[in-house]
Design a protein around this ligand. Sequence first.
Ligand code: NAP
Length: 486
Amino acid sequence: MAVNQKSLIESVPKGLLIGGRWREGGDGRTIAVEDPSSGSTITQVADATVADGREALDAAVAAQAEWAATAPRDRGEILRSAFEAITKRAEEFATLMTLEMGKTLAESRGEVTYGAEFFRWFSEEAVRISGRWSTAPNGATRLLTMKKPVGPTLMITPWNFPLAMGTRKIGPAIAAGCTMVVKPASQTPLTMLALAELLRECGLPDGVLNVITTTRTGDVIEPIIRDPRLRKLTFTGSTAVGRRLVEQSAQQLLRVSMELGGNAPFLVFDDADLDRAVEGAMLAKMRNIGEACTAANRFYAHEDVVDEFAEKLAKRMGALTLGKGTKKGVDVGPLIDAKARDGVAELVEHARAQGATVVTGGRAVPGRGYFYEPTVITGVAKDARMMTEEIFGPVAPIASFRTEAEAVALANDTEYGLASYVFTNDLGRMIRVAEGLQYGMIGVNQGIISNPAAPFGGVKASGFGREGGFEGIEEYLETTYVGIAP
Ligand code: NAP
């Protein structure tokens, strides 16, 4: 059933959630939330001050001891109820995300399923936190290891997946018994505000989850990071901001997880099933309008198949319909803002100027909203900016390679190391290439690798730490060892 957008937006709390109470920002200022398909303002939310940020941390610190002492089953049940409540209200969450972020309803529904699954997964993990008991090698003492929650955690999330980037941090933190201050991106705060209210309704105690929205981001966040009561920082966003936050957190040697930018290579070998590779390329490139850290950024196809691959991909990309994400029949929504759209246009112009050929697309769409045409470019130089920088838009540059070793070398020739994709039907090659790729995640014959049951994360300038899988909860736990002499 179609959701009434006006009453949906009205139903979302617009304040800061601090200590279980929704309230205005200290100086009453607000942030305008924009619909990127039109540029018009949807609504306003509170704009937190430095003092609001400190109060959010105060609330998280005050709630920590009692929260850590709750029964794991109780924490798991809150997550399970939240999973069910999100699923029941999937259409509302999907509509909200489409309105504030731009992706189509179909994609937002996919994110609701993916995002909610982190709550189900970690509801199951909450009761499986365990330690170890062993005898020291010399037999003299017994070694007991136990797990404890890290403590108050600051979570900073980006705008591209407004729900899932939150649930994959909040889920394990709740399961582990950590309290939180969450700061969503100021361009997409509504989904997080709705999620916070849902968690309250599902029985999350006051002060466990505190949410602040702000445009004075650096000023509000830095004092929280430098506050010795904070015990962990988890950040998803750009590498540039991540680097700055790691520097700030060094002072008090904070536990840190960083989910940063990517520059994913997509390798198509001559033994691959080309139709399957094109299908995978569509997903890896066009999911989230190309605005994903896992988005295929550079396509390398073997010289014997590169022309056919490019032709098939261009045909599929050229057939996509652009428009407002809530409209029926639309395949691709707008980019997040004018800066993002102009940045994509600049990268395409740079590649063109170096002699690359635009096979399809290659234009920003004039008029309201921040649309850029799905684009395929061939003959792209190795040092073109779009091969070395995150494109974050619907543009697929294609180049060719001759040998397996060359393909792996091209793929690794970047500071990033998040996601990568390989299409081949040769098992030996699959293993060799997977072993050679310097990436945290490798998709073989598939264009989507994100999965709540798998450890998501990168190496090199893509960061450190893992979200999801069995590893995800470890980020929120400390190990204490007790030596016992019997
Ligand atoms: P961003 O500019 O780094 O912003 C991410 C978050 O950091 C936002 O909440 C932002 O707040 C906040 N922020 C900005 N400056 C800050 C500062 N000085 N101190 C503290 N917080 C600050 O990134 P983005 O453009 O939103 O997101 C896109 C990037 O995220 C891409 O690079 C993408 O690859 C990456 N990403 C990575 C993953 C992953 O798992 N590896 C997943 C998704 C996205 P404001 O909104 O208020 O500026």
